[in-house]
Design a protein around this ligand. Structure first.
Ligand code: NAD
Ligand code: ZN
Length: 257
């Protein structure tokens, strides 16, 4: 990991300006400032819902009504949330030609709401419901009513079209994400604890393919020492806003257009 005495935000801006061709990998931390709790850390959802009881495919098949308690809370919270300055900043960086895609582990749709156009939803999203028996898809807003467990036309209980623990990543998302990681010049890893597999493999794939890895997170993670070339301790909105500012108004040493 570099950064040392120099300002890591300037170092990251220099890498982005020089290499362009950046891809962002985002996790629950980028949406914390939009009021959506992350899974781990202070006020994390796991404090309230044990993931093994609430977020596995096995738990859903065994007691879907119980798992829907957590899902209902997530759908409600995400439905009221708006993008924050970090989502807006990544969308601005895409328009500036610096970031070419966002791979997100989030299911909240906030990157698209902020205007990002190329978004790979690695874990699906909450906008759709799927029947795990006949695979029929429904729009959540048309089928789901708060406090009720939605049913398919075949009578079975519907599941949001998100990836629960024990489910594979949808193949197109997996393939596109790996391709982006293999071919990007910089991977900007923002607000992920890098503990959920296989998303946590993407930074290593990028690094082994020659990309610089920049990590933005108030807390160090397992990537910080092993994979990150630049670690920036701080919140997503603050750091991404500063990066956009430096790339819009480059000073000597930052590079830029
Ligand atoms: P995580 O909950 O495991 O980790 C969140 C990380 O964000 C932590 O490392 C924390 O230090 C960091 N963080 C906290 N506040 C931050 C801020 N203001 N700015 C930047 N970073 C901040 O999240 P994960 O690694 O994404 O894994 C959780 C899984 O749960 C994901 O796969 C995701 O699908 C799902 N999830 C999604 C949402 C959502 O859609 N918003 C919310 C909760 C969980
Ligand atoms: Zn069905």
């Amino acid at each position: 990991m570099r950064g040392g005495g120099s300002d890591p935000v300037r170092e990251a801006a220099r890498l982005l300006a020089e290499r362009r061709n950046a891809v962002a990998l985002t996790g629950a931390g980028i949406s914390v400032e939009s009021g959506i709790p992350s899974f781990r850390g202070a006020q994390g959802l796991w404090g309230k819902y044990d993931p093994m009881e609430y977020a596995t495919l096995h738990a859903f098949m065994r007691s879907p009504g119980k798992v829907w308690e957590m899902l209902s809370e997530m759908i409600s919270v995400c439905g009221f949330a708006s993008p924050n300055a970090a989502h807006a900043g990544l969308s601005a960086l895409e328009k500036m030609g610096v970031v070419r895609a966002v791979i997100t582990q989030n299911v909240d749709g906030l990157h698209q709401a902020a205007g990002s156009r190329r978004v790979i939803e690695y874990h699906g999203n909450l906008d759709e419901l799927i029947c795990v028996y006949c695979w029929k898809l429904f729009e959540t807003r048309k089928r789901w009513v708060i406090g009720e467990v939605p049913l398919c036309d075949c009578g079975q209980i519907l599941k949001p079209n998100v990836v629960l623990f024990g489910e594979p990543i949808p193949w197109p998302a997996q393939e596109q994400a790996e391709e982006e990681a293999r071919t990007c010049g910089v991977l900007l890893v923002i607000g992920t604890s890098a503990q959920v597999s296989p998303a946590c493999d993407l930074p290593r794939i990028a690094k082994e393919s020659g990309a610089a890895v920049v990590e933005i997170n108030p807390e160090p993670t397992q990537l910080t020492r092993s994979v990150a070339d630049v670690y920036i301790p701080g919140t997503a909105s603050d750091i991404v806003t500063r990066l956009v500012g430096l790339l819009k108004h480059p000073s000597p040493g930052t590079g830029g257009h």
